[in-house]
Design a protein around this ligand. Structure first.
Ligand code: BGC
Length: 753
């Protein structure tokens, strides 16, 4: 038996960076240069710097005008969304730096979310790895490939916390937890931006969508939100703060409103929180037509007025609305908007171009040869496979149904998704190509080779109600020793504007599952989906269930690695799976209420027709081995409210295979001046253990991790007891109690607003 000690990075990563907000040191030379450029610009040219046009690949919302050479020459373009490839970007940049009057280089932006050409797991999947190192490495590769294709600026990471599985965009973020979301946000920013923005293979990262977008009422994209101030600061803002601390130089405004003020005009939050409270000085970009949408929100019927409101609130770049360019000059000339507001925004844009090194080399070394050499390399694919393996969550495994043996066996693969390469890639596939993706069927065939036989039947389409393929699927299942049923949602059922009112398997897939199960062969379900699904029948009947999300180019190989046991699954759910859509919102870090749910007590918070518990809780994920946990040990049972305490737990691999476990630390403030959640994740780390091996993991609980906003809305740690919980899921925890003594420790006396 081996014992070891490791300080868990999950618990310390945020605290470690608290001294700085990633701001570049004031650079007098840069400021002088920026001022000298600014002084040469006409008002129209200034507004041009604040204008983002769409290129050929930039249509990600309603139809807007595409810009080209003439617009660049006229100084109308500060940046582009969706111009791709070293050749195209070089050509347009040459026009900017040789034929426009200002000679200012343009910025090329794109949505490089989970890979450029080498597509990695979708963000929700990658969050299931609980592995910030993987998240950082995949972002780094995405940045290298994207930068090689001439891009400077990615609209990622999406750091929206959400408790809304109906919302299609849940797939783009890290799930429901602000602590996990913050760790992943920071990792993605580090990965995209690399050591320095000036580096020719770095991308400027954008934390989006600021803020509260994930709280869309009814899960309907773009919808209004209703977020209490504390919830805003405890749930939705932390990943943005983490991204800012990690150095994110760009943030995107969200489509939604908060408390009656659309985010594109929300001075209180943009100026108040980002610029003032966090002292962040990066560029705030609107979302696609976000400035124009202030008209529909009903702030004004006049586009010049909404342009002024957005600029005045702190929006620096107008993505495709073209209102800043067309209408704002009039507002300035009429004295309704001080030119100083425009100048501040232009300074931020010029500073970004300077930081990216574009005034020194507007091409950043880009060439088609470099692009080819760096794209979809063998190392990138190998990283994609590792990331995919770690993102798979084993939800159920009765009687050790998994892993499977291939030798001499006939395996029936059933389900339309099993051969759907495009769905393997997931939503924001950027320059990804379906032909690069390994489907589940192909992955199984690769793994089985000539050792066994693989049969395939689609069974049923994903969405349509067509059962004509059932008979063939049943025939194939009868012929097999084991059935792998691949069901879920195709990728176009997730992401922007892809909301659902049901979380059940779409189409006739549930009937297909029941028909195939009735054949009586050992059956494994492989889920592909971008949101939690309510699959209660499957969860009590099908003996083994793998959640595989959309895993990118190596989807099928990674699934086969886990199915046949060359890889032991280790992912954990970053989001709660409900039994039924009617339970939403359901999340692990809820309040206790005055009548906590208790199935045996009538007058408690529950339903009469469904249990109050989730189908699968946050943090859940099985392994082919088992892990046992000691009770948590505190470095001291009593401490002052201003002090840190270490929490140690010994984890043992009590099974018979080597495996990786995500060790999780949760905390509850037992009694506070305002009510606190029943548990909150405050640390996690991955450990790899051989059979019988044990390891002691130590988390550091700092005052920052125990703080909350009190009655005066100050950030404080209050004296009293705290439940300290450790385990392998939010519902399987060992506990102890910490007592904090002394006075209320005020971390930040400025009330949140
Ligand atoms: C999305 C953003 C995206 C933008 C540009 C919008 O519709 O909300 O997340 O970055 O389009 O493609």
């Amino acid at each position: 038996m081996q014992a070891g000690l490791c300080i868990a990075m999950g618990a310390t990563a945020l605290g470690a960076q608290s001294s700085g907000y990633g701001l570049p040191k004031t650079d007098a030379r840069m400021n002088r240069f920026v001022d000298s450029v600014l002084a040469r610009l006409t008002l129209e040219e200034k507004l041009g710097q604040l204008t983002q046009y769409r290129g050929p690949w930039g249509l990600t919302g309603p139809q807007t005008r595409e810009a080209g050479a003439a617009d660049i020459k006229a100084g109308r373009v500060g940046s582009f969304l969706g111009v791709r490839g070293a050749a195209a970007t070089r050509e347009l940049q040459t026009i900017a730096v040789t034929q426009s009057r200002t000679r200012i280089p343009v910025l090329f932006a794109d949505d490089i979310v989970h890979g450029w050409r080498t597509i990695f797991p979708v963000p929700l999947a990658e969050a299931a790895s609980f592995n910030p190192e993987i998240a950082e490495r995949t972002a780094r590769v995405a940045a290298v490939e994207g930068a090689a294709a001439g891009i400077h600026w990615t609209f990622a990471p999406m750091v929206d916390i959400t408790r809304e599985p109906r919302w299609g965009r849940i797939v783009e973020g890290a799930g429901e937890d602000p602590f996990l979301g913050s760790i992943i946000a920071a990792a993605k920013v580090r990965g995209f931006q690399g050591r320095s923005l000036r580096d020719s293979l770095s991308l400027m990262a954008t934390a989006k969508h600021f803020v509260g977008y994930g709280a869309a009422e009814g899960g309907r994209d773009y919808n209004t939100t209703d977020i209490p101030l504390r919830t805003l600061h405890e749930m939705y803002l932390p990943p943005f703060e983490a991204a800012v601390k990690a150095g994110a130089r760009s943030i995107m405004a969200a489509f939604n409103e908060i408390d009656g003020v659309p985010m594109h005009a929300n001075k209180r939050l943009i100026d108040g929180v980002l610029r003032d409270r966090w002292r962040w000085d990066g560029i705030l970009v609107s979302d696609y037509t976000g400035v124009m949408e202030l008209l529909q929100h009903g702030l004004s019927a006049d586009s010049a007025a909404v342009g002024r409101l957005a600029l005045d609130a702190g929006v620096d770049v107008d993505m495709v609305s073209n209102i800043f360019y067309k209408d704002v000059a009039r507002e300035v000339r009429a004295g309704r908007l001080p030119v100083a507001v425009v100048d501040s925004a232009v300074r931020r844009v010029l500073r970004t171009k300077y930081e990216l090194g574009l005034f020194t080399d507007p091409y950043k070394g880009s060439s088609t040869a470099r692009e080819q050499a760096l794209t979809l390399t063998a190392e990138s694919r190998s990283l994609a496979r590792t990331a995919a393996q770690q993102s798979i969550v084993l939800l159920r495994n009765e009687r050790n149904t998994l892993p499977l043996t291939a030798a001499g066996k006939t395996i029936a693969v059933i389900g339309a998704l099993a051969s759907d390469a495009r769905s393997s890639l997931g939503g924001w596939a950027a320059a990804g190509r379906a032909e690069d993706a390994v489907t589940v069927l192909a992955g199984i065939r690769n793994a089985v080779g000539s050792n066994g036989r693989v049969l395939y039947a689609a069974g049923a389409p994903v969405e349509e109600r067509d059962t004509t393929g059932f008979a063939e699927a049943v025939r194939v299942a009868r012929e097999a020793d084991v059935v792998v049923l691949v069901v879920g949602e195709h990728q176009d059922m997730s992401a922007e504007a892809r909301n659902r009112s049901s979380l059940d398997l779409p189409g006739v897939q549930q009937q297909l599952v029941e028909r195939i199960y009735a054949v009586g062969k050992p059956t494994v379900a492989v889920l592909m989906n971008g949101r939690p699904l309510s699959v209660p029948w499957m969860a009590s009947n099908v003996p083994a269930i793998l959640e595989t999300w959309y895993l990118g180019v190596e989807h099928g190989n990674a699934v086969a690695d886990v199915l046949f046991g060359s890889v032991n699954p280790s992912g954990k759910l970053p989001v709660t799976f409900p039994r039924t859509v009617g339970q939403i919102p359901i999340y692990y870090n809820h309040k206790n209420t005055g009548r906590p749910s208790d199935a045996k007590e009538r007058y408690t918070s529950q339903y009469i027709d469904v249990p109050f518990t989730p189908l699968y809780p946050f943090g859940h994920g099985l392994s082919y081995t088992t892990f046992s946990y000691s009770a948590p040990i505190l470095s001291r049972a009593k401490a002052g409210t201003h002090e840190s305490v270490d929490v140690s737990v010994t984890v043992t691999n009590s099974g018979s295979r080597t495996g990786e476990e995500v060790v999780q630390l949760y905390v509850r403030d037992d009694a506070g001046s305002v009510t606190r959640p029943v548990k909150e994740l405050k640390g996690f780390t991955r450990v790899s253990l051989a059979p019988g091996e044990q390891r002691t993991v130590t988390f550091r609980l700092t005052p920052e991790l125990l703080a909350f906003y009190d009655l005066q809305y100050r950030e404080v740690v209050e004296p009293g007891t705290f439940s300290i919980m450790v385990g392998g899921s939010s519902e399987q925890l060992q506990r102890t109690t910490l007592e904090l003594t002394g006075r209320v420790h005020v971390l930040d006396a400025r009330p949140i607003r």
